[in-house]
Design a binder for this molecule. Sequence first.
Ligand code: CU
Length: 167
Amino acid sequence: MRRLARRRFPGRPHAFAAVAVAGVLTLAGCGGTDSDGPGPGPDDEADLSVGSAYMPQPVSDMAAGFLVISNEGGAADRLTSVSSDAADRVTVHETVDGSMREADALDIPARGSLVLESGGSHLMFEQLTRQPKQGQKVSVELRFAHSDPVTVEIPVKPATYTPKHGH
Ligand SMILES: [Cu+2]
């Protein structure tokens, strides 16, 4: 027990563990939410959870972020804005016909998911205030049209995760 306690990272936010668990559940295809227990969410509102988040270690003063927002609820929502401790400006980009553009908002369908992935929609971190390194985490606040904001600790991965479309 003492050894376990000593090996813990004192500064590691609890939220990171929750994100990691959500990611595993998403990959297993069963979604999952901590807030309402097992089973489908409410019919009349969105019920969001975030998983599979990562940021390729940036090689310039911009960075991309990827994650999956799952909605167990019966109502759609929209991702409307994003902020981070690592950049002065974070926008949501979508990729249309191979080129990317800024989106005002991205839809999160009822009982579905919004997938931000390499080559598709993604978070765009501009004017980085620090250079995130592999093994670190970047804190991001996601804001929605209806649901409460969600804070995610995004792990920084090797630069080789850099999306093919690049910027
Ligand atoms: Cu972009």
